[in-house]
Design a protein around this ligand. Structure first.
Ligand code: SF4
Length: 368
C-alpha cells in the first residue's frame, strides 16, 4: 500500500523519488503539473510519464487521500455537495459551487473544504458541533478535497476552481499546522491566489496569530453570531476562552498585517440573535473594524429548535445594519447542518444590502 501523500510531497521529495527510479529532475515538473490536472484521476492518467514510472510512483505515493463517495446536486446543478471518504473510513463534506458572472464580478467556482472530522467548538446550533471532534484532517486531505472537487467540476463541464473557502466541517485554526501547510500547497502548487482563499474561524486567537505570521494574505472570516460576550458565550462556546474583545483585537491586527479586510459572519437565528440591539452591536463592531458583514439566515433543521427568523424580523435586523457593508446570503440547496459550515452554503445567491436598506435581487445561476 502506498503511504506517502502525493499532493503535499515537496519538490525535493519528488525529485528524490524520481532519481531513485533513474529519472531526471525535470520530470518532477511534469509530475507536479499532472497532479493538478482536473482530468487526471489516477497515476494511469498521467500520460506524459512513462508507463513503468507511473506504476513505480503508484506503489510509493497515494494519488489522493480522499475518495468521492457521493455527489449530491442542488440549485439546478450549480452546487455539488460531495461526501468524501478518507483512508480510515471517516467521511467529510466538501462543496463545489458555481457562481455566474455578475455586472461587477467574474464567474467563480468555489470549493468549500472541511478541516476536521467533526468539531470540538460545540456551537449548539451546528450539526458538526454535535458530532464532537473525531480527528483533524491532514494537510493532504484538505488539499485533496480541492483536487477531487476540481475533477468533479471538470467532469460536469464546470470550473476551473477560482476560490477556496475553509468553511466546511471543523475549525480550521484549531488544526492550524495542517491548515497552514494546505494553504501553502494550494497557493504554491495549486495555482490559487491567497487573495482568493478565505479561512473562517470561530475565534481561535493563537491560530489567527499563526496565520498572520505565515504572511499568506488570505481573507479571514470571523464567525461572530453575537455582538455581546453574554450571548456569544452561549452560541460560540470558545468565546469563554477567547472573548469578543480579544478576538476582534487579534482580527484587527490580522487585517493590518495582511492588508486584507476581515469579514464577520452572522448566522441569523430566529429569536436568538435577531434583535435590534444585536444588529446595532454588530454594525458598530463592523464599522470599528472596517469589516464586511455576511448575514446567513439559518435554514430550518428538521427536529431542531433552531431556525430562521420571521421575514419581517429579518428585514428589521437588516435595516438596523444600514451604513455597514453587508452581504446577505440566500441559502439554497436545502443544506442546513452547519454554521461556519452554513457558509459552505455559499450555495447561495448573494444579495447586497443597498444604502437605502433594500436588497439587490439574487444572482440566478447561469447553468441549469
Ligand atoms: S459552527 Fe463551526 S466552529 Fe461551531 S461547532 Fe460548527 S463547525 Fe465548529
Amino acid at each position: 500500500m502506498p503511504t506517502r501523500a502525493l499532493s503535499t510531497a515537496g519538490a525535493s521529495a519528488l525529485v528524490d523519488a524520481l532519481a531513485r527510479h533513474g529519472e531526471p529532475a525535470w520530470r518532477a515538473r511534469q509530475l507536479q503539473d499532472a497532479i493538478w490536472q482536473p482530468f487526471v484521476s489516477d497515476f494511469e492518467g498521467m500520460l506524459q510519464l512513462p508507463a513503468a514510472l507511473r506504476r513505480e510512483l503508484a506503489a510509493e505515493f497515494e494519488f489522493s487521500s480522499v475518495v468521492v463517495d457521493t455527489e449530491m446536486l442542488a440549485d439546478s446543478g450549480a452546487t455539488i455537495k460531495l461526501l468524501c471518504r478518507l483512508g480510515d473510513g471517516q467521511t467529510i463534506e466538501t462543496v463545489a459551487m458555481e457562481t455566474p458572472a455578475g455586472a461587477d464580478s467574474r464567474r467563480r467556482s468555489t470549493v468549500c473544504v472541511s478541516s476536521q472530522v467533526g468539531c470540538a467548538v460545540g456551537c449548539p446550533f451546528c450539526a458538526t458541533g454535535h458530532m464532537g471532534l473525531r480527528r483533524n484532517c491532514t494537510a493532504a486531505e484538505i488539499v485533496d478535497q480541492v483536487r477531487a472537487a476540481a475533477g468533479v467540476l471538470h467532469g460536469r463541464g464546470l470550473g476551473p476552481v477560482t476560490h477556496i473557502v475553509y468553511m466546511g466541517m471543523g475549525e480550521p485554526l484549531a488544526n492550524a499546522a495542517a491548515t497552514l501547510e494546505s494553504l501553502s500547497v494550494l497557493t504554491r502548487n495549486g495555482g490559487i491566489s491567497a487573495r482568493r482563499i478565505t479561512v473562517s474561524t470561530s475565534g481561535v486567537v493563537p491560530g489567527i496569530e499563526q496565520l498572520a505570521a505565515s504572511g499568506m494574505p488570505v481573507t479571514l472570516a470571523v464567525s461572530l453570531h453575537a455582538a455581546t460576550d453574554e450571548l456569544r458565550d452561549r452560541l460560540v462556546p470558545i468565546n469563554r476562552t477567547y472573548s469578543l474583545g480579544t478576538v476582534l483585537g487579534t482580527a484587527s491586527r490580522y487585517a493590518e498585517q495582511s492588508g486584507r479586510r476581515v469579514s464577520f459572519e452572522w448566522c441569523l437565528i430566529g429569536g436568538v440573535n435577531d434583535s435590534i440591539e444585536q444588529a446595532e452591536g454588530l454594525r458598530d463592531l463592523a464599522r470599528r473594524a472596517q469589516a464586511h458583514i455576511n448575514v446567513i439566515p439559518m435554514n430550518r433543521i428538521e427536529g431542531s429548535p433552531w431556525g430562521p427568523p420571521e421575514p419581517a424580523v429579518a428585514r428589521r435586523f437588516l435595516g438596523a445594519l444600514r451604513g455597514a457593508r453587508v452581504t446577505v446570503r440566500d441559502t439554497r440547496g436545502g443544506d442546513a447542518d452547519a454554521a461556519c459550515g452554513q457558509l459552505r452554503a455559499d450555495l447561495e445567491a448573494r444579495r447586497i444590502l443597498r444604502p437605502d436598506g433594500t436588497l439587490s435581487p439574487p444572482r440566478v445561476p447561469a447553468r441549469a
